[in-house]
Write a protein that binds this ligand. Structure first.
Ligand code: SAM
Length: 206
């Protein structure tokens, strides 16, 4: 039994698809990792991968020596896939199954990373909830690294409509609480060979 249709959608994706073939799959999340390097995130940083799914970001961060990583996703199946892949290393990671458009977080983080989850939020209440969540959860001086489909990217992801953002729109959305450090656009090539343009921004919590 699923809490919402949205959760049902994502459980179905992660239970039925080969997630190394889905559009957002990356063998190595280079753009995100480059931001960690650029921002000189210390290995002790408390990191949240919001809507992390079964992304390999956590694998690379563990390999780099990060020790305080949490992965949050609406899909328990996504989290399960990632845990199976990591084996005993999964015990070194905190896992949360929850909905970013509704949940509350008890912990505070040095880094909030979100690639291709925020862009699914379309209702103004959901967007406001996300903004409040991230502003409360990121420590003062902490970082937000966020990637969405850009204005020239797709209008749908996993069969769901998304909001496309220019880097300027990302800056504008988070401007009350976060100051931009670096923004860029990058092309992601899907496993099927399709080019998708992303807007990425890194911010510092004011
Ligand atoms: C396109 S995938 C991207 C996954 C991962 N960030 C990556 O880059 O490979 C979007 C992810 O966001 C999750 N997601 C979508 N809406 C969500 C929500 N409201 N709360 C939490 N996770 C959500 C999905 O389950 C899925 O894992």
């Amino acid at each position: 039994m699923y809490a919402t249709d949205l959760q049902k959608h994502w459980e179905n994706v992660y239970e039925t698809k080969d997630t190394t073939r889905v559009g957002w799959f990356q063998q190595k999340p280079i753009v995100s990792l480059n931001f960690f390097e650029y921002l000189e995130i210390p290995k002790s940083a408390k990191i949240l991968d919001a809507g992390g799914g079964d992304s390999l970001l956590v694998d690379y961060l563990l390999e780099m020596g990060y020790q305080n990583i949490t992965v949050l996703d609406i899909s328990a199946a996504a989290i399960h896939n990632a845990q199976i892949r990591l084996g005993s290393l999964a015990d070194e990671v905190q896992w949360i199954v929850d909905d970013l458009s509704k949940c509350q977080l008890d912990e505070k983080y040095d880094v909030w990373h979100d690639r291709a989850a925020f862009h699914f939020l379309r209702e103004s209440e959901e967007l406001q909830h996300y903004l409040n969540l991230v502003r409360r959860a990121v420590k003062s001086g902490g970082f937000l690294i966020i990637g969405t489909f850009s204005k020239t990217g797709p209008t749908n992801c996993s069969g769901l409509p998304v909001t496309q953002y220019s880097t300027e729109e990302l800056i504008d959305f988070f401007s009350n609480y976060f100051e931009p450090i670096k923004c860029l656009n990058s092309d992601h090539i899907t496993p099927g060979g399709v080019e998708q343009n992303y807007s990425f921004c890194a911010f510092r919590r004011k």
